[in-house]
Design a protein around this ligand. Structure first.
Ligand SMILES: [Zn+2]
Length: 464
């Protein structure tokens, strides 16, 4: 979950370029005037500054030319940033680009609307029940509340695909490294970086609507959405550096920085968020950046369609099995209503194990070759079937063994009295709730091998 198209343009976090936050060091955010003054041709290794050791210097600031003035981005600097970003990303915009400055309340209202567009409250409830059943989400937390709390705290800018609007959050605090650099160079790197990043999202939307438009991106595969979001964020981060004239860090430098920033400081909404948010929020910024670094503009031409493809450099084009549970759904008892059909994917399987067990071996999920689940409400009970496919019989039994060990924790979290059961057949493992145990003796569902976006989108649409 978490990585959703409707808020995909939103900037959850300036991974690594992070502002000090409430409850972290107790330092109060200084209201520093933003500045803008062009330093043509200069390139600076911002990420090194952001790495730390400049905390005490963050107070250095104050410049003559605020970039945001009277609650709006100044026209001249905006024009420059748009021109530089368009040049860096090499996509011509379809029309004029403007940005609106909003406060945190307005941001939350926008996020809330985006959420409703992603899933209606009823759909969200069904989805949440499904995640709880699988052990991916704690029963006593609300997705909506948690996501809004985290995004509300982390977001400093947002591109809203539905309206095509660029929003900047007025009270966002500058990351320490950026604040220092801004002061020294008399530029407002925070605003520049956020703006160019969001402008890139807008350009992505215009050039690659199939990756963003809700009517073209099916929302019944969490795994696909996470992979696409990684491509979009990676692309925006990578060319965002170019747009403001900063030398882009290598993936290793960037990862080291991002890793050091997660899961967020004590007291932050992120640090307190359920694992499904806490352990995946950095994914698009870390893995996405590594892909964009290597593939540059080619990344969005053929983006990853699974987190497996996004997580492993050597499996970037690896095909996987997209299973079709339509027949299974058709034979469900009459009193059952499908709550959700979806794909967990390698990333979220890793979250399941990392969350519910101690120090799991990544080999458990690395043999992933596809999965699909169906969760249903059967006269008030939540029942489910989860088919997983693996690269080899060894990979399958590795997962099955590990899953059986995990099963009591899954059942406990889901509040099921009877632990789930699992069966391995060749390269498949099927896991079911007790009420659907009969499904475990059925042959694996029909599956199609896919490696490209168009085929996967078509399959997901045809089984909706
Ligand atoms: Zn972004």
């Amino acid at each position: 979950m978490v990585l959703k198209q409707q808020v995909i343009g939103s900037e959850r976090r300036w991974a690594g370029l992070e502002a000090p936050r409430r409850g972290h060091s107790g330092a109060s955010p200084s209201a520093r005037p933003a500045t803008f003054e062009c330093v043509p041709g200069s390139r600076h290794s911002i990420w090194k500054l952001a790495l730390g050791a400049v905390v005490s210097l963050a107070a250095l600031s104050g410049c003559a030319h605020p970039m945001i003035e009277n609650g709006a981005v100044r026209e001249g600097p905006m024009r420059d940033i748009v021109a530089n970003t368009v040049r860096a990303r090499a996509i011509e915009p379809e029309g004029p680009i403007t940005a609106r400055v909003v406060n945190r309340e307005e941001l939350l209202a926008t996020l809330s609307e985006a959420f409703d567009e992603w899933k209606t409250p009823a759909e969200l409830e069904d989805y949440q029940r499904a995640l709880i059943a699988l052990g991916l989400w704690p029963a006593d937390r609300e997705i909506y509340t948690e996501a809004l709390a985290v995004y509300g705290e982390e977001i400093v800018g947002i591109y809203v695909p539905a309206s095509g609007e660029l929003l900047l959050v007025s009270d966002a605090r500058a990351p320490r490294g950026l604040a220092f650099l801004s002061a020294v160079l008399r530029r407002d790197f925070q605003t520049e970086f956020v703006l160019s990043h969001e402008i890139i999202h807008l350009l992505q939307h215009q050039a690659y609507p199939e990756l963003i438009d809700p009517d073209r991106m099916p929302n019944n595969s969490d795994d696909l959405e996470a992979a696409i979001q990684a491509a979009l964020e990676g692309d925006a981060m990578r060319f965002g550096f170019d747009a403001i004239g900063l030398q882009a860090p290598t993936p290793e430098e960037w990862m080291a920085l991002v890793d050091g920033q997660f899961p967020g400081p004590e007291g932050s909404a992120l640090a307190a968020a359920p694992a499904l948010i806490r352990l995946t929020l950095d994914f698009p910024y870390s893995r996405g950046y590594a892909m964009a670094w290597r593939e540059e503009f080619r990344l969005l031409e053929s983006p990853p369609i699974s987190t497996e493809q996004a997580m492993h450099d050597d499996r970037r084009l690896e095909a996987f099995l997209q299973m079709d549970l339509t027949a299974l759904e058709d034979r469900l008892p009459a009193d059952c209503r499908t709550l959700q059909r979806n794909t967990v994917g390698e990333l979220q399987i890793s979250v399941l194990f990392r969350d519910l067990s101690e120090d799991p071996d990544p080999a458990i999920w690395e043999g992933w070759n596809g999965d699909r689940y169906l969760v249903a409400d059967c006269a008030g009970r939540t029942e489910w079937v989860w088919w997983t496919a693996w690269d080899s019989a060894t990979d399958a039994s590795e997962f099955a063994d590990a899953y059986l060990e995990l099963a009591p924790a899954v059942a406990a979290r889901a509040g099921s009295a009877i632990p789930v059961s699992a069966r391995t057949e060749a390269t498949y493992v099927v896991v079911t709730s007790s009420g659907f145990a009969g499904e475990a003796s059925k042959p694996p569902p029909p599956a199609t091998r896919v490696a490209d976006l168009v085929s996967l989108q078509a399959l997901l649409r045809s089984t909706e």
